[in-house]
Design a protein around this ligand. Structure first.
Ligand SMILES: [Zn+2]
Length: 684
């Protein structure tokens, strides 16, 4: 049995969480600690696995499945802190460790899933599963575990197993490289502007750009950066067509700038390895492998959703472009209408049609009030409440800590949130868990966190959000609720451990409550006057919700279709970027709209494996969320208590404890069709 090294896992602050509220004591964790603790935790987990697989007793649920699920606690602890740091507050030391640890972890978990004695015990339980008279959740966990072993190569011969392990390890390193290259491109590019260059920019954007410039040592100037929080409003408001073009090109060329941070070869190698992996495991394509345990189940089912949406979106975008073109001509532009004009004239059209612009709304969307709104809706729907605890050390001073309480006041878990962008944080917004909640063994309470990238306001000013950013806040908080409300027994099906095309239901559904009139009236208060958003503005905002749907649906669906095109073929393209171009051409992609994520910066599918052959999931979930919110609308009460209880029980608390189709049907009484989603987007 391998002996743990000098690190004492039973005493180290990375593995024994003895800080305030049962959090890790972040004041005692140094960057230099991770490496040694990882090695010791990996060795300890290996020893646990050895004890389970070498057990002389007949396999039981207790001594095999439960032991497996509860093993590796120290490794879970150090990993969750490490990956939080790697995403939310990284530095060169953490990045170097990441390159070192990713392949080690991959090797470790490959070895477990290819452990023959361990699989033999799982297989024995699986073959006896009917005789064991298990409860439904335990049976599902056993079946999933067995299937995961098979999908991980448990039935391959020795040579096949060895090759699969090598592929997994290489893919994991390539995924890390992809993410780091992208971060470097985003960090290193900035366009510094002066007063003379910023015509048309609203106040919130000017102050965010001033802050970004100051952070980069150019106090007194304004920086366009490649953070979406700055890039998108800049291309929406800047009257300088030349600067919009420069920003557009930089944004769409992230990861494709030649040199050490170029992702072209990384993508080519990843696609090749993924195709090889699928073949090795007996699947027709990597998409077939990835979709096997989803709600959609096959690439054909995905196309059945995406193809009709794509056609409708193209029609809508084409008719929108005619109007935008007219506006451009009226504004005296005789240039050919280009991709860097779309957002700009779309905003003008929005102002013309709805007589307001985004910057009119922004003073009503104060970050702190929208956080309150998230909490308030959760209290109304699910009875939980939130209490902030100040002065608790986390990974960064910006992160805030909240105790989550049940209706009876008892503690349910913790919620941490880190809202502002900084150069040490990767772009985007996400939810994750320092600890997931489950009942098995001694049980565990959830410690969930949200990371956002909102522009930090100057000292003393309130942070203001765009409507999209406020939606993102609700979205990630919906994921957080999925983690916090969990009531399952088994860790592997707890919280967000559900199939990818189901996991966005709790988050996208939650977005609907942001625009419920009662929520806006209470929380959308003007930053200076404290007055609620005027009814006329609310009405216009609601009417404007489907505005721009052609553009948004085209940029999203193009990315989803290119993702499927890469992964549904049995082999891999020699030149991915050429394949991307050819695929778009076949799809009749308008040249005035860019993919939301082009290949060289499509982190969802290449910075790790998370959403490969799975970007469609957001829209799949949207079909579910549109239909689910319609259930509340049909009752005339957005907080209908009986429905909220069905929603809590079958969706937010149920994790992956049952088949997603069963869970959804238990809540809604039937499966959804795409009509509510198309209507919500204004495409029909
Ligand atoms: Zn999400």
């Amino acid at each position: 049995m391998p002996m743990p090294s000098a690190v004492d896992l039973a005493a180290h602050p990375l593995t024994t969480w003895q800080g305030p509220l049962g959090l890790p004591d972040f004041t005692r964790i140094g960057d230099g600690d991770f490496s040694g603790v990882f090695d010791a935790a990996l060795a300890a987990h290996e020893a646990e696995i050895e004890a389970i697989s070498g057990n002389a007793e007949t396999p039981t649920i207790e001594n095999t499945l439960a032991a497996l699920e509860l093993g590796g606690e120290a490794l879970d602890h150090v990993s969750s802190i490490f990956w939080c740091r790697a995403g939310a507050h990284t530095n060169e030391a953490i990045q170097a460790l990441e390159r070192d640890i990713s392949p080690k972890m991959s090797r470790h978990f490959s070895a477990i899933s290819m452990n023959e004695r361990l699989f033999a015990r799982i297989d024995e339980l699986y073959q006896r599963r009917d005789a064991l008279k298990l409860d439904a959740e335990t049976l599902r966990v056993l079946e999933k575990t067995w299937k995961n072993f098979v999908r991980s190569g448990a039935r391959l011969d020795a040579a096949g197993k060895k090759r699969l392990a090598a592929i997994n390890e290489e893919l994991s390193s390539l995924g890390t490289n992809f993410g780091q290259n992208l971060l470097a491109d985003e960090r290193d590019w900035a366009l510094f502007l002066d007063e003379a260059d910023i015509a048309g920019l609203p106040e919130f954007l000017k102050s965010a750009m001033a802050e970004a410039a100051e952070m980069r040592g150019q106090k007194g100037r304004y920086a366009v950066t490649l953070s979406r929080s700055i890039y998108e409003p800049f291309s929406t408001f800047s009257e300088r067509r030349d600067l919009r073009e420069i920003a557009f090109r930089a944004f769409t060329m992230r990861g494709q700038n030649g040199g050490a941070t170029d992702n072209t070869a990384v993508v080519r190698d990843m696609l090749r390895l993924r195709a090889e992996k699928a073949k090795l495991l007996g699947y027709a394509s990597y998409a077939a492998l990835k979709l096997d345990d989803t709600m959609a189940k096959t690439p054909e089912a995905v196309h059945k959703l995406l193809d009709p949406v794509w056609e409708k979106a193209l029609e809508k975008a084409a008719s929108d472009q005619i109007e935008l073109h007219r506006l451009a001509a009226e504004a005296g532009s005789n240039e050919e209408f280009a991709a860097w004009d779309w957002r700009f004239y779309q905003e003008k059209l929005r102002a013309e049609k709805f007589a307001f612009d985004e910057s009119e709304l922004k003073p009503y969307l104060q970050l702190d009030r929208i956080i309150d709104a998230c909490f308030d809706v959760a209290t109304k729907l699910f009875g939980i409440s939130f209490e902030e605890k100040k002065g608790i050390a986390t990974w960064h001073p910006d992160a805030r800590v909240f105790i989550v309480r049940n209706a009876d006041g008892s503690e349910r878990g913790l919620f941490l949130a880190d809202y502002f962008a900084r150069p040490s944080k990767r772009s985007g917004a996400w939810m994750s868990a320092l600890k997931s909640g489950y009942k098995l063994g001694d049980g565990s309470r959830p410690v969930i966190y949200n990371i956002m990238n909102f522009a930090k306001p100057p000292e003393g000013e309130a942070a203001l959000l765009s409507v999209d950013e406020a939606k993102t806040l609700f979205h990630e908080f919906g994921h957080a609720l999925h983690g916090m409300l969990t009531e399952v027994t088994w860790p592997s099906v707890a919280g967000t451990s559900v199939s990818r095309d189901f996991v966005e239901l709790p988050s996208q559904l939650y977005e609907h409550w942001l625009t419920v009139p009662a929520v806006l009236e209470k929380h959308a208060l003007h930053v200076r006057t404290g007055k609620p958003m005027p009814k006329a503005l609310v009405d216009k905002m609601l009417a404007a919700r489907t505005f721009g749907a052609g553009f948004a649906t085209v940029e999203f669906t193009a990315s989803a279709l290119v993702d499927m095109a890469y992964h549904a073929r049995p082999d891999a393209p020699e030149e991915p970027l050429r394949f991307e171009a050819e695929t778009l051409e076949k799809l009749n992609m308008p040249d005035t709209i860019a993919m939301r994520h082009r290949t060289p910066h499509f982190g969802h599918i290449f910075a790790g494996d998370g959403y490969s052959a799975g970007y469609y999931s957001y829209m799949w979930s949207e079909v579910l969320d549109a239909d689910a919110f319609a259930a509340f609308e049909e009752t005339g009460d957005p907080f209908n208590p009986a429905l909220a209880e069905l929603l809590r029980k079958n969706i937010y608390a149920a994790g992956g404890s049952k088949d997603p189709e069963k869970l959804y049907t238990a809540f809604r009484g039937k499966m959804p069709s795409p009509e509510a989603m198309m209507a919500k987007r204004g495409l029909v």
